[in-house]
Design a protein around this ligand. Structure first.
Ligand code: ATP
Ligand code: MG
Ligand code: FE
Length: 347
């Protein structure tokens, strides 16, 4: 089966082709043939955040040229596509409607079935696109721009939330701290880069809920502490910015790592998967790798360029849902989107 995946939930238009072997050919991991991405980050930067209406319009401009590009790269034709998968939610309603509308129109025109995919399931399964794919079951740390969750994953569609953020997501903590340090949008990668030149112990920043005894997170207070510290520094801020960035990154990563280790202990699992944009963070990878090596736990990440939003993870999630028998693509082209959609409501 040749599966086209379309991602348009936020500010990245992503399209990809994945090949799923027929069930009779064995249980091979679906193969990524090609993928293409257009990031709208530059367009939104002037506003300091994503402008939903601009995002929708840009998805409309990009999605068909990207589709042509992935077909050309894979040497396939539109008529070769067997299933059209799209991100059904969660995300910005208008942005989701573009991907869903285009996917269903393509499906109807080609007479091929369509399949709506959960964006976070895409992130969660994205490590299966790497050279060293994980095996079920595992603990998952999902750390993206909008979500921070620890999950117990027993198989495709079997997702139990062990803990989650009660306010901001980890990506938001990076982005909001970066913004008030004048590092642009989205500032996570910039803050992390600057942090390499700073002292992570220069400022004492809070580790919210670190000792709460559960697996929940809270990052809103950290952002406030960073703001207070920045104000206190005043004119000194430019000279101390790298130290503040390093201290902020250390605080966020410390909580993420310790809670992940607690989830491993609680579940007794020996495997952990990290997914979502913050999964690209170097310090997080270094600290988690070191801790997991001590605990004899295997860690899996998506490839660096597949940590943030992309079409490959959507095509892959569709392929794995079909392969697991949990989903049958449908030749029914009336569509809806789910801007809010809890991951543990999936089956
Ligand atoms: P969601 O998937 O929850 O809807 P999203 O799609 O916006 O949110 P992603 O695309 O998974 O989120 O990730 C984007 C986030 O990852 C941003 O907050 C960004 O700052 C953060 N990020 C990316 N790279 C890094 C890095 N190296 N260090 C820290 N944060 C990073
Ligand atoms: Mg994004
Ligand atoms: Fe995302």
């Amino acid at each position: 089966l040749l599966i086209l995946g379309i991602e348009s939930s936020c500010d990245e238009t992503g399209v990809a082709l994945v090949r799923l072997e027929e069930p009779s050919e064995g249980g091979a991991v679906p193969a990524l043939l090609s993928h293409a991405l257009h990031s709208q980050i530059e367009m939104h930067q002037a506003y300091g955040g994503v402008v939903p209406e601009l995002a929708s319009r840009d998805h409309i401009r990009r999605v068909l040229p990207l589709t042509e590009a992935v077909l050309a790269e894979a040497g396939e034709q539109l008529s070769d596509i067997d299933v059209v998968a799209f991100t059904r939610g969660p995300g910005l309603a208008g942005a989701l409607l573009v991907g869903a509308g285009v996917a269903c129109a393509l499906g109807a025109a080609l007479g091929k079935p369509v399949l709506g995919v959960h964006h976070l399931e895409g992130h969660l399964l994205s490590p299966f696109l790497s050279e060293d794919p994980p095996e079920f079951p595992f603990v998952a740390l999902l750390v993206s721009g909008g979500h921070t969750q620890l999950m117990r994953v027993d198989g495709v569609g079997s997702y139990a939330i062990l803990g989650e953020t009660i306010d901001d997501a980890a990506g938001e903590a990076f982005d909001k701290s970066a913004k008030l340090m004048g590092l642009g949008y989205p500032g996570g990668p910039a803050l992390s880069k600057l942090a390499q030149q700073g002292d992570p112990e220069a400022f004492k920043l809070p580790r919210p809920l670190l000792h709460s005894g559960d697996l929940d997170f809270s990052f809103a207070g950290l952002k406030t502490a960073v703001l207070t510290q920045a104000k206190k520094l005043g004119d000194e801020l430019p000279a101390r910015k790298a130290d503040l960035a390093a201290s902020t990154e250390a605080a966020i990563v410390d909580v993420l790592v310790k809670k992940t280790l607690a989830a491993l202990k609680q579940t007794g699992m020996k495997r952990v998967v990290v997914a979502g944009g913050v999964g690209a963070n170097r310090l997080l990878r270094a600290q988690l790798n070191a801790a997991c090596a001590r605990m004899k736990v295997r860690v899996h990440y998506p490839e660096l360029h597949l940590c943030t939003d992309n079409g490959a993870m959507i095509a892959m999630a569709a392929a794995m849902r079909i392969q697991s028998g949990r989903e049958q693509p449908r030749t029914e082209y009336a569509f809806d989107v789910k801007p809010r959609w809890p991951l543990d409501s999936l089956a």
